[in-house]
Design a protein around this ligand. Structure first.
Ligand code: URA
Length: 233
């Protein structure tokens, strides 16, 4: 296990500033297994550090599955940021947490979050063409040839030079579909349906690659298990 200076570790994980660590030590809020008198500059194993009797958050990268609710946005600096659903201290954690792609304000569903840049890149890179499945509610009954148009790989959205990648459409009812895309362009689902003269009134991402929400409620998150975050697109 990599040892790290106590004050550096706690500020990097967003618990407090480096200068506050001294006060926290005086107040007895920090305990370290096998180190009865820790100092700010003590080199510590993060797994042996307790703050207010709780073990530290993982010092290594975080890998999270998150259920976004309607009305929040994926930006950090918005009064309705998705990051408000996570522990407050994670806002100060370095490196910064980001999502794999984004969902609109009016879209709910599955997001992956991490502070591991390489992992984020791997899951979001267009070359991987990770399938993302959306449940879509429509204002109008869907036209009959929608499956073949979406599957053709020729649908061109306004202002885009290349056509959408082939997408798989499954009808659940006259105004409800599942749509699986292998790319993530800006407002893509809404724009694809608009190109067919329809209008999306409800949009929810159910799956991203092998990941699904299971019974995770809206606005909640969980750590991915090692076998989940170690999987490859
Ligand atoms: N397509 C959209 O239109 N919005 C999303 O949030 C995701 C995909």
């Amino acid at each position: 296990m990599r040892l790290e200076r106590l004050d550096h570790l706690l500020s990097r994980l967003g618990y407090c500033s480096r200068s506050e660590v001294r006060q926290w030590l005086r107040d007895g809020r920090i305990q370290i297994t096998d180190l009865p008198r820790p100092q700010c500059n003590s080199k510590v194993d993060p797994q042996q550090v307790y703050v207010d009797d709780e073990p530290l958050d993982p010092a290594q990268p975080l890998y999270l599955l998150y259920h976004k609710g309607l009305g929040s946005v994926c930006a950090h600096d918005d009064p309705r940021s998705i990051y408000d659903d996570l522990p407050m201290r994670w806002r100060y954690r370095r490196p910064v947490l980001s999502s794999v792609g984004r969902l609109d304000r009016d879209t709910s569903g599955l997001l992956l979050l991490s502070d591991d840049g390489q992992w984020l890149h791997r899951w979001s890179h267009p070359r991987q063409a990770v399938p993302r499945r959306y449940r879509v509610q429509l204002a109008e009954p869907l036209r009959e040839d929608a499956e073949s148009i979406f599957a053709s790989g020729t649908l061109r959205l306004q202002g885009e030079s290349s056509p959408c990648r082939p997408a798989v459409l499954q009808r659940l009812g006259p105004r409800e579909i599942l749509l699986t895309l292998r790319e993530g362009r800006y407002h893509e689902v809404r724009r694809m349906l608009a190109a067919l003269g329809n209008h999306v009134v409800g949009l929810h991402r159910e799956a991203f690659g092998p990941f699904t929400l299971g019974d995770l409620p809206e606005h909640e998150w969980r750590f991915l298990r090692a076998d989940e975050w170690e999987s490859r697109p």
